[in-house]
Design a protein around this ligand. Structure first.
Ligand code: ADP
Ligand code: MG
Length: 467
């Protein structure tokens, strides 16, 4: 019966909405023309009642006739600490002689037509892929002076998600210092300790993309409610939200909901909250509610132990002299430190010979120099459209809407400035325009830069991203 209902519903609503609100439902039983379905939370039930009750009714009536009834089964938490105490609505008469955990709990439906007589405790089962990388865990996140505070705060949060004053926990620090690693480690540890909690790791960039997508598809509410179902939300690189007011706004609401319900939020950023630019004040103040812990540049000792640990785990031996050389010369980025050692391991195993100091010098030199990224026209278009919270296709489209035209002109301007491509080639790559259009764009940007303060700011912000 339920499968037929699902098929009918699927044909009639947006795929994303179907995925979010119907795939997690499990049919439980069918008796007296009443179908029981299990939903992950009370909130979920309320959402269904509010938004999908009509379609549910139609689907059910098709299957079971006019007298069809629907029963929601909600998993009740054993501990009510952080949860909404909806048990309060239970008339005490119902309690007699029944194990409280197994008890039928009447819950008043706002919908008389599908009045919901009972809510039976069931088993919570929200299917949300955590997106965690098990290779990033606490075991291989080596401790040192540079990361002790952040690491132990992370452990504390993992031991008691939502139950410490570190909410949110914000881990900040420069490139390659272990923010992403630590963020995953926290999630992995929580999943290990509390397998039933829904944990989600997501980069701020992907979060933004999903949000933009949801606005385009008219599923903004589904997006919000999906995130509100999560117990532990880990967002990596929140500095990416800077200047993106739409995404910040939606994140603000999600954050408040989670925080109020005692859910854990973990954030990483390349800057301390005080130094974050173009992030709304109200969000910054939320960030400061919990703990901000810095990942600093690793000291020499820590660099040595990270290198040795890497060699040990790969079963490779290398003269101390070499390890020390690498640790001495690569100071500010653990990713580069690892990159250099991996490169040395590779060279020694390919050439089947000892790594010499000379080779080490050569490799280290390359790593220290080659940190700058080559800027391509694709990359420029991506950065500019992200900055204006649109997608690349919109930026390239034929529309004459002012803000889109401006974004397009800026992309052309930066392509001219930061690549060696010809005007014609830039034009053809940015939405198939000719060289005259690109030339005109560059002039317009130059003019606006002088006359329009806001526009000047766009240019400055974006320039920083490319240099
Ligand atoms: P970020 O996100 O800050 O740019 P990452 O988390 O990606 O940095 O870390 C870069 C690399 O350094 C990863 O391979 C990570 O495993 C490694 N790393 C960072 N900190 C440590 C640490 N304390 N112990 C071991 N490896 C580390
Ligand atoms: Mg990272």
């Amino acid at each position: 019966v339920w499968n037929n209902c699902l098929a009918f519903i699927q044909d009639n609503i947006q795929p994303q909405a179907f995925k979010t609100w119907f795939e997690p439902i499990k049919p439980v039983k069918l008796a007296d023309n009443a179908l029981s379905i299990q939903v992950p939370s009370k909130f979920f039930y309320e959402w269904l009642e509010e938004h999908y009750v009509k379609i549910l009714k139609v689907a059910l009536t098709r299957e079971l006739g006019e007298s069809a009834k629907l029963v929601y089964v909600i998993r009740m938490e054993n501990t009510y600490g952080n949860r909404e105490p909806f048990t309060e609505k239970i008339p005490s008469a119902n309690r007699s002689g029944v194990d409280p955990q197994e008890m039928d709990v009447p819950i008043k439906s706002k919908n008389p037509e599908l009045r919901n007589p009972f809510v039976i405790p069931g088993i919570r089962n929200i299917k949300i892929e955590s997106q965690l990388n098990p290779n990033y865990n606490f075991d291989n996140f080596l401790e040192g002076d540079s990361n002790r505070l952040a690491r132990s705060a992370g452990m504390a949060v993992a031991n008691k998600p939502g139950g410490t004053s570190f909410n949110p926990l914000l881990v900040f620090g420069g490139v390659g210092l272990g923010k992403t690693h630590l963020a995953h480690a926290i999630g992995v540890e929580i999943k290990d300790k509390y397998p039933e909690r829904t944990v989600l790791y997501i980069s701020a960039e992907k979060f933004t993309q999903q949000y933009i997508e949801s606005v385009k598809k008219n599923t903004r509410n589904d997006f919000i409610h999906f995130y509100q179902l999560i117990d532990v939300l880990i967002i990596d690189d929140v500095q990416f939200l800077s200047g993106k007011s739409g995404t910040q706004d939606v994140f603000f609401h999600i954050f408040n909901h989670l925080h109020q319900n005692g859910k854990q939020v973990v954030l990483t950023s390349d800057k301390a909250p005080v130094d974050m630019q173009d992030i709304e004040q109200r969000l910054l103040s939320r960030f400061k509610w919990g703990l901000s812990a810095e990942l600093q540049n690793p000291d020499y000792e820590t660099r040595i132990s990270i290198l040795k640990n890497k060699l040990y785990r790969d079963g490779v031996e290398m003269p101390n002299e070499i390890v020390e050389y690498v640790a001495k010369h690569i100071k500010t980025n653990i990713r580069e430190l690892e990159g250099a050692i991996i490169s040395l391991i590779a060279q020694s195993s390919f050439n089947k010979k000892e790594v010499t100091l000379e080779l080490a010098q050569h490799v280290v030199e390359k790593f220290v120099k080659n940190t700058k990224r080559e800027v391509s026209i694709d990359y420029i278009q991506k950065v500019v459209s992200d900055y204006f919270e649109m997608d690349v296709a919109t930026l390239q489209s034929k529309t004459r809407k002012r803000h889109i035209v401006q974004a397009r002109q800026l992309a052309m301007f930066f392509a001219k400035k930061f690549t060696k491509a010809s005007l014609a080639s830039i034009g053809s790559q940015i939405g198939k325009r000719d060289h005259a259009t690109v030339l005109h764009a560059c002039k317009t940007v130059d003019n606006l830069a002088e006359t329009d303060k806001q526009f000047r700011k766009y240019i400055d912000d974006l320039t920083k991203k490319f240099s």
